[in-house]
Design a protein around this ligand. Structure first.
Ligand code: FAD
Length: 523
């Protein structure tokens, strides 16, 4: 065997760099399903099922393309259940001249492949992942010499470099100016649904499980019976063809209102105008260029307004590339950071949804049922509560990595540790996203269904978010006072009476000990 082309579970792209020069006469592909990847950090059932189903469908596509394949199934009797041990055994049996692979997305996985190859004395030809617009080297060059990293500068650079939503002269020459003379339409993109709610929403296309997925669901239930999450509602795209249909469905039906309602929450409506495309992109079933190009074309054809299209493209060309750059330039130290010195345990209700707080119950319940919550639920409900409570960032990270179907470490870790928990001390985000229950009340009607009052930080109906918010401001007064974007929070705290501050501290402590602020009425 000349090359053993290693394809990881999130590298399901027939055109990946690892296949350049592939010759079926002398090369073969290697893929392995191993329990270790679901137990190293507990992976929820929906997430594991999505990975395995997409891998098995990709194996079919490889065979159809005539590429010889060595594929390990989770239920193979002699499966040793770690990537390292499986690869080691295959290297010994197949004796390839070299391993070829596209740069892995996960730091730990990459270390383990390198170690196995070294021990077996097999050279590794690792190739750039051209799925992304930018290489890690380009990001590192951008970051070099900057005191602070900010999404906005990186995003503008990529828009100019790749000609996305840029003005052009009649002869097609690109200018340095953005379409609409504005880089950012965030101010247009913060609407909540009014009192009457979102009305009739365009339901996203569903992908009912086929025989392969049904078999995977059975295997996942059998192997990981205690892992969180529900498989009854599984309907994710698991092939490239399905992912392309999901993309068209989003562009046609939800993109036009994506921007406006990007930050809104409505109970019982998990999808709203979101794309549901993160998992398909992260598994590489979809290329971000085709997603961005489809959105830009929808603007040029008049189908979708600029604020919606810019807001959507910013997430992919901007945030997605930005967090990848942060991950790969900062690992492995990044994973250990804990700038706010947060040491509390993640409350047990994150694994059950069993809490009297309506917003958390809704977001966690939906997460466990579907493996999905949209950005504002992740950032400003589940993430916010952990930040305010002072949960150890590594525990928060493990929860997020397990429960979302789109979770892969290079994107999940910076979002959790950096953006949501401020554990990197401001490398990624310009301020801690600390807010009181009033924020949730503005974005959703959930507070109307809750026994706690978002405006209150004292008294029996005090909202845990609001209590913990003031406690957070008090605990991090010095840090927040130094930042012009948060100094007002400290000034507002100074207006509170000593008695109120003492009550807040006491209630916050009770919450950290798992006791609710009101004299406990059962949930
Ligand atoms: P949409 O709302 O339709 O957005 C479009 C696309 O933009 C997404 O599919 C995604 O590819 C990209 N995107 C949006 N926001 C971000 C972001 N902040 N960083 C990177 N890409 C972004 N995204 C993941 O893909 N995997 C994760 O594990 C993940 N964990 C997160 C954890 C926290 C605490 C937070 C705050 C955000 C996280 N995100 C993660 C980002 C974002 O919340 C999800 O990408 C999004 O909710 C997925 O749903 P969607 O496909 O419907 O996205």
């Amino acid at each position: 065997l000349r090359h053993l082309v290693v394809v990881l579970g999130d590298q399901l792209d027939l055109d990946a760099a690892a296949f350049d020069g592939f010759d079926a006469a002398v090369d073969a592909v290697w893929m392995a399903e191993v329990a270790g990847e679901s137990t190293r950090i507990t992976s929820g059932q929906p997430r594991t099922a999505l990975f395995l189903s997409a891998m098995r469908h990709f194996a079919q596509a490889l065979r159809a393309a005539g590429r010889p394949l060595h594929y390990r199934q989770l239920d193979d009797a002699d499966n040793t259940h770690t990537l390292a041990s499986e690869l080691q055994a295959s290297l010994a049996a197949l004796k390839p001249e070299a391993i070829v692979l596209t740069a892995p997305g996960d730091w730990q996985v990459w270390q383990s492949i390198k170690a196995v190859a070294k021990a077996a004395e097999v050279p590794v030809d690792v190739r750039d992942d051209r799925h992304f617009y930018a290489t890690v080297r380009e990001f590192a060059a951008h970051a070099q010499g900057r005191k602070q990293l900010r999404l906005e500068y990186w995003y503008r650079e990529l828009r100019q470099r790749h000609g996305v939503l840029m003005q052009r002269s009649p002869d097609g020459t690109m200018s340095k100016l953005p379409v609409g003379d504005q880089w950012n339409f965030d101010a247009d993109n913060r609407a909540a649904f009014g009192r009457d709610g979102p009305g009739l929403l365009p339901a996203p296309m569903r992908f009912a499980p086929d025989d392969i997925t049904l078999e995977v669901i059975r295997v996942v239930r059998e192997h990981f019976p205690t892992h969180p999450g529900d498989l009854d509602a599984f309907d994710w795209p698991v092939t490239r063809a399905e992912a392309l249909r999901a993309l068209s469905d989003f562009i046609d039906h939800r993109l036009p209102l994506f921007g406006q309602f990007q930050d809104a929450i409505w109970p019982g409506e998990p999808w709203l105008y979101h794309s549901r495309l993160a998992a398909a992109m992260n598994l590489k079933l979809l290329n971000p260029r085709e997603v961005v190009n489809a959105a830009e074309a929808a603007f040029h054809s008049g189908h979708a307004p600029l604020p919606a299209v810019e807001g959507f493209i910013r997430q992919i060309l901007g945030w997605r590339e930005y967090v990848r750059g942060i991950y790969w330039t900062q690992m492995p130290a990044y994973a250990e950071r804990n700038a706010l010195e947060a040491h509390a345990d993640l409350p047990a209700f994150y694994w059950t949804g069993d809490t009297p707080m309506a917003c958390l119950k809704d977001a966690i319940g939906q997460t466990l049922k579907l493996g999905y919550a949209h950005h504002i639920q992740r950032l400003m409900v589940t993430g916010l509560y952990a930040l305010l409570l002072g949960v150890k960032p590594q525990q928060v990270h493990e929860w997020y990595l397990g429960v979302y179907v789109d979770a892969v470490e290079w994107v999940e870790l910076p979002n959790v540790l950096g953006m949501s928990q401020f554990a990197d001390g401001g490398l990624m985000a310009s301020k801690p996203y600390a807010a009181s229950g009033a924020y949730i009340a503005r974005q959703s009607p959930l507070c109307n269904q809750c026994r706690f009052k978002p405006t209150q930080s004292t008294g029996d109906a005090a909202c845990p978010f609001t209590v913990l918010y003031w406690d957070f401001v008090a605990r991090h007064e010095d840090l927040l006072a130094r930042n012009p974007r948060t100094v007002m929070q400290v000034r507002n705290l100074a207006r509170k009476s000593e008695a109120d501050r003492a009550e807040v501290a006491e209630k916050a402590q009770a919450l950290r000990e798992g006791r609710w602020p009101a004299p406990d009425k059962a949930t």
